[in-house]
Design a protein around this ligand. Structure first.
Ligand code: MN
Ligand code: MN
Length: 459
């Protein structure tokens, strides 16, 4: 009989220590990587410390070289050049570093009834009501008229103020509470409260005037500069241990920075691999992987083309096509952990459970596997054999019950390039909420899985 049970039962004390130690680095990463831009900066900082260099600064690559490509501050591709030619195929681990959040609009500032607020447009699949009445931090970049670039980060540092989206008091919410959950908080009601002091000698819009004066004085930002700015509101709290036993982590942004961090750690461990290893931390997954920083962008193919050209001194299209055809990929994205409070949404035989290890999801999609890449049995078998040989704790499961909803990942776009690919990541509870939950055991096993994939897959 094929037994499925908690990985904690099988973990000896030495393994438990490794699991808990690994989680400390992960929490630090989450706190430093609240947005995709911050995640890129932190990943590059960590990569440089591991000997990775900017790929564009080198004329040629040789086996063992560690290089990275940054694309428009929002996604990054790291490679360790293998002993075999790149054309023999690459082992990819691809995670995303964008997360659901609330973006500031281009004409955001207004005041009403003595309060200064910012208009927003949410990003990704959120339950809007979850984003009210929690502390928010503001991150992003503002390019000012006088040519300055201002990196904004307010709300997470000790002593910083925070911001918030207000909600209606229950006493006056009789009508609101009758609404469908999708309408309880309207999209246009996600207004962020940012100030309350009026400007002196100001008849009209005094709080907005005061806000703009403050932004001008402190940061050199004018109202017009919002037009080209990119500002994101994210939860203003750090990652914490969850539970009396501290076996889980509660934090914002674990979908999918959990797979980003574990993928990074796995590629950092590599020395002189046989096959070239590539870890991609992509952007825009939560809105369909479009745009020039998402997985459907030609940037991905560009970077692989550069790997080919700088390892061989030549390039033609067939080399790139052969490379993809010979490549294997783990689409490193989170899974929906079984939640005992909502058992009706899962088929228990085919769910992924917290603490049972990294989750392999053969296919995602919805309504009869619509919009997915369904991994091939032969590839799945090779992954299974690799994980078993390396004593990775892993499990197999679907996102939820058939016809209960669904979702997609980057796997389909990778598959379209003619690669073998399967989804493989950490099960979460409360996915896409401002605070998501992961098991430390599963986080560690994701790292072990990606490491095994880079080091011994196909051997
Ligand atoms: Mn995801
Ligand atoms: Mn997601």
């Amino acid at each position: 009989m094929y037994q499925k049970e908690s990985g904690w039962k099988a973990a000896d004390s030495a393994l438990k220590t490794r699991i808990y130690d690994f989680a400390e680095g992960y929490k630090t990463f989450l706190d430093a990587a609240k947005t995709e831009r911050a995640a890129v900066a932190e990943s590059v900082r960590l990569a440089k410390a591991q000997g990775f260099v900017d790929a564009e600064t080198k004329d040629s690559f040789k086996p063992g070289d560690k290089v990275y490509f940054v694309n428009r501050h929002k996604n990054v591709l790291l490679a360790v050049i293998g002993e075999e030619p790149v054309e023999a195929g690459i082992h990819f681990v691809i995670a995303h570093i964008d997360c659901p959040r609330v973006d500031i609009k281009q004409n955001p500032a207004y005041c009403d009834s003595g309060l200064a607020l910012l208009k927003t447009h949410y990003y990704g699949g959120i339950k809007k009501y979850q984003w009210t009445a929690i502390p928010l931090a503001l991150y992003g970049v503002v390019l000012t008229k006088d040519g300055k670039r201002i990196e904004v980060s307010i709300g997470d540092k000790e002593g910083d103020p925070v911001f918030c989206i207000t909600d209606l008091l229950p006493h006056l919410a009789t009508e609101q509470m009758q609404k469908k959950a999708t309408e309880i908080v309207a999209g246009e009601a996600l207004n962020i409260l940012v100030g309350s002091l009026p400007a002196e000698d100001c008849e009209k819009d005094a709080e907005k005037e005061a806000l703009l004066a403050l932004l001008g004085e402190r940061y050199g930002i004018s109202e017009e500069d919002f037009l080209s700015a990119e500002l994101e509101a994210v939860p203003a709290y750090n990652a914490r241990d969850l539970g009396f036993d501290r076996g889980m982590i509660a934090a914002y942004g674990q979908d999918d920075r959990v797979c980003a961090y574990t993928g990074l750690q796995a590629i950092f461990d590599l020395e002189n691999p046989a096959k070239t290893a590539v870890c991609v931390l992509t952007d825009k997954e939560e809105i369909g992987s479009m745009g020039n920083t998402g997985m459907r962008s030609a940037f991905f193919e560009y970077a692989i083309a550069v790997l080919l050209e700088k390892t061989t001194g030549q390039y033609h299209e067939l080399m790139l096509k052969r490379t993809f055809r010979n490549s294997k990929c783990l689409s490193a994205d989170v899974a929906a952990g079984f939640d005992p409070t909502y058992p009706e949404t899962h088929d228990k035989l085919n769910a992924t459970f917290m603490g049972r290890g990294v989750a392999i999801t053969k296919y995602t999609g919805s309504r009869g596997k619509g919009g997915t890449s369904d991994a091939n049995a032969e590839f799945l078998f090779d992954v299974r054999r690799c994980f078993d040989a390396e004593e990775v704790f892993w499990q197999c499961g679907e996102m939820g019950k058939v016809d209960f909803g669904g979702g997609g990942t980057i796997a389909q776009y990778v598959a379209n390039l003619d690669m073998e690919v399967v989804d493989c990541g950490v099960p979460l509870l409360s996915m896409h909420a401002p605070m998501e939950v992961a098991s430390k055991l599963d986080v560690y096993m994701a790292y072990r899985a990606y490491k095994a994939f880079f080091e011994t897959f196909g051997k």
